[in-house]
Design a protein around this ligand. Structure first.
Ligand code: CP
Length: 314
């Protein structure tokens, strides 16, 4: 199939075939991460804007690494040291960046829909690197690639996602990817963090506040970051969250023996995850990071006009 997208704003609109295509393109770039010389000239002469209006370690550095390994230049905006601090609007900021003639803009913003707003108004491709509580499409794709690598398939898996589902763009992007492969998704966490509308996305999604009942038969256990500021007395003190939802070796033991443990990062060890689980052989947290570079190389390559199938050889 040919790649017809102008932007990458979310996984909701992607078909199963399109996701499969993107994962196959990413696989072509996985091999490059293992080479002693990792740099291609595929996007030589192209420029990638990294416009991060919200903090990031993995996504920002991963997109920057992906651009560098394709031979592209990067233009970095970090909101805390930019003129957004002087009151410049989002649109004036991104139009200023566009005037420097980049080929693609990667944007992270705390407001859900900000990348869509920008995409409607700029003349270059836009990649959503995480918008509010909406989507984080490259994370959903790298998670699918990691699951597929570890388990040899995506089809028909039992996937348990644990934590603050309500505020998780990672959960949403994963749900939109995995349900297209017939995965059965169980969302577990405090009832106030389990939005019933998410269960409407597909009949294979269920909400299960009791974590022990959510882990049975899981092939994939995905633990989400908990924002400590959301853990407050009296609604949900941190010690109560830890007691009910921390992923411990005993809880992971309720899943299938071959289950993979995932976390998008940043991890708060001792809060949502026991360090023994984070560092266990079942954990693929660092594989997720490695695969993120390959997925982002594929996205940058395809959205800047690369010819499908030739990316990893250029
Ligand atoms: N997974 C993820 O989005 O991490 P960062 O916030 O560090 O980019």
């Amino acid at each position: 199939m040919s790649f017809t997208f102008r932007h990458m704003l979310g996984t909701e609109a992607l078909s199963r075939d399109e996701i499969t295509f993107l994962l196959n393109q990413s696989r072509a770039f996985q091999g490059i991460q293992k080479q002693p010389l990792k740099k291609l000239a595929t996007l030589r002469g192209k420029s990638v804007v990294l416009a991060f209006f919200e903090t990031s370690t993995r996504t920002r550095i991963s997109f920057g690494t992906a651009a560098a390994r394709l031979g592209a230049d990067t233009m970095n905006l970090q909101a805390e040291s930019s003129s957004t601090q002087k009151g410049e609007s989002l649109m004036d900021t991104v139009r200023t960046l566009e005037a420097m003639k980049p080929d693609v803009i990667v944007i992270r913003h705390a407001a859900s829909g900000a990348p869509h707003f920008v995409a409607d108004r700029l003349g270059i491709p836009v990649i959503n690197a995480g918008d509010g509580v909406h989507e984080h499409p490259s994370q959903g794709l790298l998670d699918a690639l990691t699951i597929s690598d570890r388990l040899g398939r995506l089809d028909g898996l039992d996937v348990t996602i644990v934590g603050d589902i309500r505020h998780s763009r990672v959960a949403r992007s994963n749900i939109h990817v995995l349900t297209k492969f017939g995965c059965r998704i169980t969302l577990s966490g405090p009832a106030m963090w389990l939005p019933p509308e998410l269960a409407q996305i597909a009949p294979s999604i269920r909400l299960q506040p009791r974590l022990e009942d959510a882990l049975d038969r899981a092939h994939v256990v995905m633990v989400l970051r908990v924002q400590t500021e959301r853990l407050q007395e009296p609604a949900l003190p941190a010690d109560e969250y830890i007691r009910l939802y921390q992923m411990t070796p005993a809880r992971l033991g309720l899943a299938r023996p071959e289950a993979v443990l995932m976390h998008p990062g940043p991890m708060i060890r001792g809060l949502e995850i026991d360090p023994a689980v984070a560092d266990s052989p079942q954990s693929c947290v660092l594989e997720q990071v490695t695969n993120g570079v390959a997925v982002r190389m594929a996205l940058l390559y395809l959205l800047t006009g690369g010819a499908p199938g030739s990316g990893a050889t250029g």
